[in-house]
Design a protein around this ligand. Structure first.
Ligand SMILES: [Zn+2]
Length: 696
């Protein structure tokens, strides 16, 4: 059995999720935002282009003062439009924040509190629906499976392209969310733009700055040239030194591709009738406050985002200093477009701020429930005003942002009266909240089915707390576990599994993630029974995630219990249809048993998924060579990006089949290119075996 451990991304595991929580409160509607009517109808935007660059913190944009990141496209936009100096996102997570952007509602009112567990309720109106209802063609191009249509944001879009680029399958491990790169999403958008009508609402989502950080050649800042990859070293100091330049490189790449898109769009459509809005869903901690990426804290590193607008009705070269919010974007876009406001939103039309008629800051609500939903720690909720940030958690925090912009000096103990005032304001804000119902995860009858299949499922569910409840571990006290996980994984990928085991020995569990890495360590050390036990712990903590079933499948396969492994992989495929590693494993097992038609079917399924598998493509091509279908093999391999994303085992499988079918030169050529990209012992050995010259 082959196992590929290299290049697993810890950065992704940190943003992953789950558990159940349910609560109550009632909902009332804030008044609709006022309409402004300062633009004559014949000068209104005919096209509205909304760009979100995922995981982009404001201070990594040049016009916001970044010295590290290069963002010429965004800076040009800021120079010709309005730049909002202080824009606040309500959550540090992709799906809840994008839902706030698309509805103008705080998470308390749209009900989506985390990735993959929630689906936007069909009754909540969206920005896209508003444009669609008023004769605009609507299209969205997404770059992460986190925004897959099944979570509810596709409503109102005529085109919702959520098909990702090829993904490398890493069975068992969290290989991160499937994504596509900026060049891929721009290519897809340009193809649509070719035959787009004159009037449209377009949303393009870039995901590059999200971990793991692997900017293309030419976009890596010079100072990172000798730096190891983030997986290779594990410590907070390493994170603070190594992450920023790589992160900045990803931002530079996204900015460059956005520039390419805008140049082509502006050649085709008059720029003076195009409203362009660029923002993000959250920032990135990069080691600040002890957090590696985002999700677990609410400091400005993750909550302060860029917000830029340019086009009809937007003054040129203006900076709005007042605090505004992501929820204000939808009301502002609709107002500038001359369309009716969404009936009930948290947000306000920012027109008066852009025109300099108002300068007061808008109070922003912030929350992360994922600390509780996925890790069993306390939720964190808070309010940010222009002057203060208040965070309610086990030990509440208060920061005076004017004198302490990095939120290092907690005033909670010294200013109890102010703390109490903010806590009451937060409580009032929560009064309207909808119940928290993770409506995208398995219903109770499916959990019962899992139990009947022998899976251990967490006792459900004694943690029914109302939104606003805090308790359990304070996240700021337990963030260190992720540094330990990073350290252990770096040892594991460096070949020191025993060292990795020692690091996690006494670490407390964090929603199944410690057990998960420990299971991988035991697999590497060959203790399949121990790995199985740990995998079942992962499933107990995370019954709605595919990863636990994947690692269980591996542990069972290693014990020779193939039929049990098949059941586990099938459960993984059912839990998350985009988790194609399970389909590839099932196909591989069918192939080994000589069931070639069944294998082909599974490989095809893995290729048709929204996040298609590169390993499936290579293994299917190999199967075609074995069956004498060389032209089918060539067609399968011709898909863009497939070879770059393939793992070493799949590449070797293809190479052998190709050689046997008489295409030895092609096989050698491909291996040579793979070796040029990345040194790999297995590839080098096969290359030598086939008689390639060993300059590599
Ligand atoms: Zn995000």
């Amino acid at each position: 059995m082959l196992r590929a451990h290299s290049n697993r991304s810890i950065v992704h595991t940190l943003c992953a999720c789950f558990a159940l929580l349910s609560l109550g409160a009632c909902a009332t509607a804030p008044p609709p935002a006022a309409q402004t009517a300062v633009i004559p109808d014949d000068q209104r935007p005919e096209r509205v282009v909304l760009i979100t660059i995922d995981t982009l913190r404001a201070d990594y944009v040049g016009s916001y003062g970044s010295k590290l990141a290069r963002t010429p496209t965004l800076d040009r936009l800021a120079a010709h439009g309005v730049r909002f100096e202080t824009a606040i996102s309500p959550t540090p997570m992709t799906m809840p924040s994008h839902t706030s952007l698309m509805t103008g509602l705080d998470p308390t009112l749209h009900g989506v509190h985390s990735n993959a567990k929630f689906r936007l309720n069909d009754e909540i109106p969206t920005l896209a629906e508003q444009f669609q209802a008023h004769g605009f063609e609507t299209a969205a191009f997404l770059s992460s499976v986190v925004l897959d249509r099944r979570y509810g944001l596709a409503r109102g879009f005529d085109v919702y392209d959520d098909r990702m680029g090829f993904r490398r399958n890493i069975a068992g491990a969290t290989g991160g969310y499937a994504e596509r790169t900026a060049d891929q999403v721009v290519d897809a958008t340009l193809q649509w733009l070719d035959s787009a009508p004159n009037r449209f609402f377009l949303w393009v989502h870039f995901y590059d700055p999200h971990g793991s950080y692997d900017p293309p050649r030419g976009f890596r800042p010079k100072q990172s040239a000798t730096t190891a990859s983030p997986e290779e070293v594990g410590s907070l100091e390493y994170v603070k030194q190594a992450f920023p330049p790589l992160y900045a490189g990803e931002i530079y790449f996204a900015d460059t591709e956005l520039g390419r898109f805008l140049r082509i769009m502006n050649r085709k459509f008059a720029a003076d009738r195009t409203l362009l809005v660029v923002t993000s869903d959250h920032g990135e901690s990069l080691g600040e406050h002890g957090e590696l990426t985002h999700t677990l804290t609410l400091y400005d590193a993750t909550q302060k985002i860029p917000l830029l607008m340019k086009g009809p009705g937007v003054p040129g070269g203006r900076v709005v200093d007042a605090q505004v919010r992501l929820v204000d974007v939808a009301p502002t876009i609709l107002s500038l477009s001359g369309l009716p406001a969404i009936e009930r939103t948290t947000g306000q039309d920012l027109g008066p701020w852009m025109r300099g008629e108002r300068e007061d800051g808008l109070e922003a609500y912030v929350e992360t429930l994922e600390t509780h939903l996925a890790y069993g720690w306390s939720p964190v909720l808070g309010l940010r005003t222009s002057e203060y940030k208040y965070l309610r958690t086990v030990r509440p925090e208060l920061y005076a942002l004017g004198t302490d912009p990095h939120e290092l000096n907690d005033l909670a103990a010294s200013q109890p009266a102010k703390l109490k005032k903010f806590d009451e304001a937060l409580e009032a804000h929560l009064g309207d909240a909808l119940p928290v119902v993770p409506n995208a995860v398995a219903p109770p009858e499916e959990i019962a089915l899992l139990e009947s299949l022998g899976y251990v499922v967490r006792e459900s569910n004694d943690d029914e707390h109302p939104l606003g409840w805090v308790g359990g571990a304070d996240p700021k006290d337990v963030l260190g576990t992720f540094i330990k996980i990073l350290e252990a994984r770096s040892k594991l990928t460096g070949g020191d599994a025993a060292g990795a085991r020692k690091i996690l020995d006494s670490e407390p569990e964090a929603g199944g993630w410690v057990a998960h890495v420990r299971a991988e360590i035991e697999l590497e050390l060959g203790d399949a029974e121990q790995a199985e036990r740990l995998a079942r712990e992962v499933i107990a903590a995370q019954p709605h995630h595919a990863e636990g079933y994947l690692v269980l499948g591996e542990a069972l396969e290693l014990q020779g219990r193939t039929q049990d492994a098949v059941a586990a992989y099938e459960e993984a495929a059912r839990t998350n249809p985009n988790e194609t590693a399970s389909l590839v494993a099932l196909a591989r097992i069918s192939e080994a048993a000589g069931q070639l038609d069944a294998a082909e079917l599974r490989y095809r399924e893995a290729l048709d998924a929204n996040a298609p598998s590169a390993d499936a493509a290579l293994r299917l091509a190999a199967l075609y060579y074995d069956r004498g279908l060389a032209s089918d093999a060539h067609a399968t391999l011709s898909k863009a990006g497939v070879l770059d994303a393939a793992g070493p085992d799949a590449l070797i499988r293809l190479t052998r089949a190709e050689t046997k079918a008489g295409y030895r030169a092609d096989a050698l050529d491909r291996l040579e290119r793979a070796l040029k990209r990345k040194d790999n012992e297995q590839h080098a050995a096969v290359y030598a075996e086939l008689g390639g010259s060993s300059e590599n």
